[in-house]
Design a protein around this ligand. Structure first.
Ligand code: NAD
Length: 245
C-alpha cells in the first residue's frame, strides 16, 4: 500500500521544476495526476515519463488565470480518474523590477498568475474536494511571502504574501468540511524560474550554503497533502535552507 493509492491530484505548473518533481513523486507513490500547465509539450513529456514508469498521469492545457480553464481541468480530472482529492496550486511567475520600474501591466500579470490563480483553483475544485471527503490543497507561496524579499519584486512579494493569508482563510472556512489547506514556502530552488540569476549569490545567502532541489520542496508539498498531516490545516511550511530563520 503506497501513500497516495487511489488518490487523484491536479498539479499546476506540473511541467517544470517543483511541480514536475511533485507530479512524479505523487504518481510514484500510487496517485493519479493531472499535469496542468501552459507548456503543453513539457507537460505531455512529464505525463509520458510517469506512464512509462507504470504510473497514471494525463497532461492538460491550463492557463491558471482562466476561470473557464479551471472548470475544464476539474471536469477533466473527474472524467479521467473519477475523483479529485488533492490540488497543488504551484504555478507562478516572478519578475525582477523595482517598484519604480514595475508597470501596472506587469504587476497585474504577476498577481493574476501567482495569486488570483489560487483563488480560482480553490473555488473551482471546492465541490470535488468536498466530495472526496479527504481533500487537501497545498498552495506554493515563497519565503518571500513571509519576509519582504530584499531584491525581489514588489509584485511577487505581494502576491506570495496574499497566497499565505488566502491559505489560512480557506483553511478556516473549510475546517469542518473535509478539506485541509496549507502553504509551502520555498527558498532558492534550482529551477528555470531563477533564469540567469547568479546561483552563487543565492547560495551564499542561504545558511545551508546550497540551492534547494525541486525534490526537497516536493517532499514537503506531499507531506502536507498526505494523511500524515491529517490534523494540520492553515499551516505554513518553510523549505528554505534556513534563509528566514
Ligand atoms: P518553474 O518555472 O520551473 O515552473 C513554473 C511552472 O509554472 C512552469 O511549468 C510554467 O509553465 C507554469 N506556469 C507559468 N504560468 C502559468 C500559467 N499562466 N498557467 C499555468 N501554468 C503556468 O519554476 P518553479 O521554481 O518550479 O516554480 C514553482 C512555484 O514555486 C512557483 O509558484 C514559484 O513562485 C515558487 N517558488 C519558486 C522558488 C524558486 O527559487 N525556484 C522559490 C520560491 C517559490
Amino acid at each position: 500500500m503506497s501513500r497516495f493509492d487511489g488518490r487523484v491530484a491536479i498539479i499546476t505548473g506540473g511541467a517544470s521544476g517543483i511541480g514536475r518533481a511533485t507530479a512524479v513523486r505523487f504518481a510514484g507513490e500510487g496517485g493519479s495526476v493531472v499535469v496542468a500547465d501552459i507548456q503543453d509539450e513539457l507537460a505531455a513529456q512529464v505525463a509520458a515519463e510517469i506512464g512509462a514508469a507504470g504510473g497514471h498521469a494525463r497532461a492538460f492545457h491550463l492557463d491558471v488565470t482562466s476561470e473557464s480553464g479551471w472548470a475544464g481541468v476539474v471536469a477533466f480530472a473527474l472524467e479521467e480518474f473519477g475523483r479529485l482529492d488533492v490540488l497543488v496550486n504551484n504555478a507562478g511567475i516572478g519578475d525582477n523590477q523595482s517598484i519604480e520600474d514595475t508597470s501596472v501591466e506587469t504587476y497585474t500579470k504577476v498577481v493574476a498568475v501567482t495569486q488570483t490563480s489560487v483563488f480560482l483553483g480553490e473555488k473551482a475544485a471546492a465541490a470535488a474536494l468536498k466530495a472526496s471527503g479527504n481533500g487537501a490543497v497545498v498552495n506554493v507561496s515563497s519565503m518571500f511571502g513571509i519576509v519582504g524579499g530584499f531584491g525581489t519584486s514588489p509584485a511577487y512579494a505581494a502576491a506570495k504574501g496574499a497566497v499565505r493569508t488566502l491559505t489560512k482563510n480557506t483553511a478556516l472556512g473549510w475546517a469542518t468540511q473535509g478539506i485541509r489547506v496549507n502553504s509551502v514556502h520555498p527558498g532558492f530552488i534550482d529551477t528555470p524560474i531563477l533564469g540567469d540569476t547568479d546561483r552563487k549569490l543565492l547560495t551564499d545567502t542561504t545558511p545551508m550554503a546550497r540551492l534547494g532541489r525541486p525534490e526537497d520542496v516536493a517532499a514537503v508539498i506531499l507531506f502536507a497533502a498526505s494523511d500524515d498531516a491529517a490534523f494540520m490545516t492553515g499551516s505554513e511550511l518553510v523549505v528554505d535552507g534556513g534563509y528566514t530563520a
